[in-house]
Design a binder for this molecule. Sequence first.
Ligand SMILES: NC(=O)c1ccc[n+]([C@@H]2O[C@H](COP(=O)([O-])OP(=O)(O)OC[C@H]3O[C@@H](n4cnc5c(N)ncnc54)[C@H](O)[C@@H]3O)[C@@H](O)[C@H]2O)c1
Length: 358
Amino acid sequence: MRVVILGCGGFVGSHLLDNLLDDPRYQIEGWDPEDRKIRRHLVNPRFTLHRTVAHAPEALVEVERAIVHCDVVINLAAICNPADYNTQPLAVIRANLFDVYPIVELCAKHRRWLVSFSTSETYGRTISSYLPASSDADPDLYELREDETPLIMGPIRNQRWTYACAKQMTERLIYAHHTEEGLPFTIIRPLNFFGPRMDYIPTRDGDGVPRVLACFMAALLSGEPMQLVDGGHARRTIVSIYEAVDAIRRVLEKPEASQNQIFNIGNRQNEVTMAELADLMRRTYATITGDPRYNDHPIVTTSAEQFYGKGYEDCDRRMPDIGKAERLLGWVPTMRLPEILLGTMRSYHDEYAVPKAA
Ligand SMILES: NC(=O)c1ccc[n+]([C@@H]2O[C@H](COP(=O)([O-])OP(=O)(O)OC[C@H]3O[C@@H](n4cnc5c(N)ncnc54)[C@H](O)[C@@H]3O)[C@@H](O)[C@H]2O)c1
């Protein structure tokens, strides 16, 4: 299978390459200016990397050639860090909508199957978050169903919704090309994939504020307090990157079932508040290091405005209905959160805390 992957050098892309390049049937051509996480694959004759963004006019000529000759295009390219949504709103809208636009057009022009990575944030806030607390008990008011749930964003002044909104518009663009021109597509809405190589550790191999896993990990590694935004009440479901990649693999290998569908990819069993996640992570790190002092690693609360800047507002809860992925792909995630954290945090520990042999 000939696969084009845009944004192949990031967290998901690096794990997808590990998985697909293990199988001699896959031939991959990728675009990403970053290659730090995928260096080991650069010598593989079944993988070609173009170290550039895919949407630049000069790159698009090569991208179109690759699209014509491939079986499927996977788009992972994005700016997808919450700290950027309200602080660099133009860059976020461009990266997640306008830079993707020419890729969608090329796939439509050549009728190439486009597997597009969206986000569970396209759902926005749950209906129950606008109603009295008692409505929390009714799954119809909070469960996220791909083809039924309304997509509820906050006001324009809360620029935190730039990412969710740009991703939603890209989904609508793809769906319009499908209905009017027959573009074959699959849209994936990831729900908090966790695993090694997610983001970076600030001051070590990146700057700014990474996603929550790397934020908490950075605090543990540096001895700084873990910071809970707005009390850490927001709830997320966590799924292992390895099981998520297995879902993507099933999408690729079952086109008759996966084409022209939107899939939630998440694990309903692993729901935690951010406060619970911080506590579980510090206890897991105590186990990994053998140092019981991490059990009491300081946790402080901060406001969203202080942490992310003006215009931040959180999605309250993301509980996916994953019945469609189970039914059509035969995909059932089973890895529980403590196991996911143990493996993931051990890899960060080995990478950043254990001195490397000279
Ligand atoms: N990881 C998750 O839990 C999660 C959750 C929700 C959505 N997603 C979506 O899944 C996709 C992959 O996420 P990730 O965690 O790997 O993100 P990531 O930031 O680790 O990787 C994205 C990669 O895209 C590259 N890139 C950006 N613009 C590009 C362009 N124009 N051309 C080529 N490369 C470009 C970046 O250099 C980066 O390596 C994204 O679309 C993201 O929005 C991921």
